[in-house]
Ligand binder design. Structure first.
Ligand code: MG
Ligand code: MG
Length: 255
């Protein structure tokens, strides 16, 4: 069942989305060669709590951290820990909040210092594929229109789309219906209607699409060890144009 949101609920979801956006910006300011990833988790948890909210991932399904930090060939759900970032890494940071009874959820992949041209292209194409998918999140379109836009763009650039993990509806639960795959066919899938709030989150691999799950049951890496990028927006479906709740402005104005 898809739970449609009232305008009041969408405004609370927007507050969550903006808090996640600001948290990612705080984390981004700290990302540099020599930084241990566990310190980023602390920055995020402190910032979220200082803003009167609760980390949305901490304890969710047993997840032990505030952030998912996925470096290089890690796709998603990476654990913050004793890894020390180094020049040339790419680091995906996924963050959630709970505020006023609703969730926030967004992700951004950061370069660490100077990165190689292939990695820079991967980040650029993944983010642009998100923006193209978002443009399809309009009432009357179908879920497949979003996935088709993401997939076409990513594959034309020579990259591949992870299949096993998908975007989702969001509200009082972090993961609600519908699923929002990053691949698909135009005109197929559930129809989008006003009041749906969804997370669109392409996970794009530089090499092949195949992934594997680590023994801890959470962390996901590419099978071929090539790099992967991940960007995520929360979007409210409206008539005529998408209402993007997340913003990367806080992050990118710090660069
Ligand atoms: Mg998500
Ligand atoms: Mg997320």
């Amino acid at each position: 069942m898809i739970r449609l949101k009232t305008n009041e609920e969408i405004e609370i979801l927007r507050e969550n989305a903006i808090l996640v956006s600001k948290t990612l910006a705080e984390v981004g300011k700290a990302i540099a060669p020599g930084v241990v990833t566990s310190s980023l988790d602390k920055i995020a948890e402190t910032f979220i709590r200082d803003n009167g909210a609760v980390p949305g991932f901490l304890g969710y399904g047993g997840f032990p951290y505030t952030l998912c930090i996925s470096v290089n060939d890690y796709v998603v759900h990476g654990f913050p820990g004793d890894y020390v970032l180094k020049e040339g890494d790419i680091v995906s940071v996924d963050c959630g909040t709970i505020y006023k009874g609703f969730y926030g959820d967004s992700a951004y992949t950061f370069p660490v210092g100077e990165i190689d041209a292939e990695s820079a292209k991967l980040l650029k194409v993944t983010k642009e594929s998100l923006y193209l998918g978002v443009q399809k999140a309009v009432a009357g379109n179908r879920i497949g229109d979003i996935g088709a836009a993401v997939q076409q763009y990513a594959e034309q650039a020579g990259f591949s789309v992870v299949r096993e993990m998908v975007g989702h509806g969001i509200g009082k639960n972090m993961h609600e219906s519908p699923e929002v795959p990053n691949y698909g066919k135009q005109g197929k899938g559930k129809k989008l209607s006003e009041g749906m709030v969804i997370c669109i989150e392409p996970m794009i691999n530089a090499g092949k699409k195949d992934i594997y799950l680590h023994n801890n049951g959470w962390e996901v890496s590419t099978a071929d060890k090539k790099r992967s990028a991940h960007f995520e927006f929360m979007v409210a479906v409206r008539a005529g144009k998408p209402d993007v709740l997340t913003t990367f402005d806080y992050i990118e104005n710090n660069f």
